[in-house]
Design a protein around this ligand. Structure first.
Ligand SMILES: [Fe+2]
Ligand SMILES: [Fe+2]
Length: 394
């Protein structure tokens, strides 16, 4: 993703409104609460996540729908597992990094550091945010294994759903590894602060709103894989513009993986639209009403209670991931799944179809208004601990 609900699925400028209306400021929010000041807690107090997800719906899929997923297992083997790469032919992080066994290791590291000097601090904020999102991978594998009918029941199950989830996880694992090692070697970022953010984030997890429902889960992952494809693609483009072609290659390679993952997840949803259009339509509308939240939405560095908001504001400003992208992704998927052409739906299904098809233009109009308001305001900045508390315009 990986998933992303961060890089989350971003919803940057609208996020400001969201965070205010939902009270996402310390100490409490309606759905997400912030557990403040962990640093001053007594040693004997039980551990609490830095941010906690409140009320969560569970098992919303009717049990008879389990059969829908059983009935397409052979199809999934033939059509979904083909999107996974053979390990022997796959790229590995080491293909893009200085070789520690080589005589020229120190020179290669020096070259990497020279190239990274050309990149601005604000670029590193976004790259670090992307890396942290990838590094929270245990959360995403856990989330997929909450889904009824498709979870990996044993941890080594041989259903196509379980095989996919494990191999997908193994591919995603390389994304965080590679970006982490690059950032470590660059010397441009405060690795300890970044590592703390990862530890906090995995401890807090994410608010998937999956409700254990695989219809919701696969809609979310389709959206999120495309979001990460866009985001890594844009960090590749910017690295190239700043002359770091090796970093551009790193981000571009990760983006290509995300595109392949998007193809697989969106194919599952396409199939669900074919065999169970009404339930899939209702799930899509439900997920869009709840909003696709980015995977790293609960990020925290021990200091900034609205770190995700600050990070996504920089991503929006640099054009790495924007509210326009959110609307574009939805529009793309609505077209990909031929949502407008669905027929034979229930009355509720038709209402859901009408809502979803009108949503991209509605989001764009809201975003244009938010942009106008933002331009009228004075620019503000925030310090990012990841880059030694340097101030960045948000
Ligand atoms: Fe991915
Ligand atoms: Fe990824």
């Amino acid at each position: 993703m990986a998933l992303t609900l961060h890089l989350t699925a971003f919803f940057p400028s609208s996020f400001k409104q969201l965070s205010l209306s939902q009270g996402l400021k310390c100490p409490k929010a309606s759905m997400v609460s912030t557990h403040c000041s962990p640093a001053v807690e007594s040693e004997n107090k039980p551990f609490r996540p830095a941010k906690e997800v409140g009320f969560q719906v569970t098992h919303s899929m009717p049990p008879d729908k389990i059969e829908v997923f059983k009935s397409i297992e052979n199809w999934a083997t033939d059509n979904i597992l083909v999107h996974l790469h053979n390990v022997e032919k796959s790229w590995q992080p080491q293909d893009f990094l200085p070789a520690p066994e080589s005589e020229g290791f120190y020179d290669q590291v020096k070259e990497l550091r020279e190239r990274s000097k050309e990149l601005p601090d604000e670029y590193f904020v976004v790259l670090v945010g992307n890396m942290i999102t990838e590094e929270a991978l245990p959360t995403y594998q856990t989330a997929l294994n909450t889904l009824d009918a498709v979870r990996d029941e044993t941890g080594a199950s041989l259903t196509p759903w379980a095989i996919w989830t494990r191999a997908w996880t193994a591919e995603e694992n390389k994304h965080g590894d590679l970006l982490n090692k690059y950032l470590y070697l660059s010397g441009r970022v405060d690795m300890r602060q970044i590592e703390k953010t990862i530890q906090y984030l995995i401890g807090s997890a994410m608010d998937t709103k999956f409700e254990n429902n695989p219809y919701n889960g696969f809609i979310y992952t389709s959206f999120q894989e495309r979001a990460t494809f866009i985001s890594h693609g844009n960090t590749a483009r910017l690295a190239k513009a700043h002359g770091d072609t090796k970093l551009a290659q790193i981000c571009g390679t990760i983006a290509a993986d995300e595109k392949r993952h998007e193809a697989a997840y969106s194919k599952i949803v396409e199939k669900l639209f074919q065999i169970d259009p009404d339930a899939t339509m209702l799930a899509l509308a439900d997920m869009m009403r709840k909003k696709i939240t980015m995977p790293a939405y609960l990020m925290y560095d021990g200091q900034d209670d609205i770190l995700f908001h600050h990070y996504s504001a920089v991503a929006q400003r640099l054009g790495v991931y924007t509210a326009k992208d959110y609307a574009d992704i939805l529009e793309f998927l609505v077209g990909r799944w031929k949502v407008e052409k669905l027929t034979g739906l229930s009355a509720e299904g038709y209402r859901a179809q009408h809502f979803v098809c009108g949503l991209p233009s509605k989001i764009r109009r809201m975003e244009e208004k938010a942009q106008t308001r933002a331009k009228a305001k004075q620019a503000s900045s925030a310090p990012f601990s990841w880059i030694f508390h340097k101030e960045i315009i948000v």
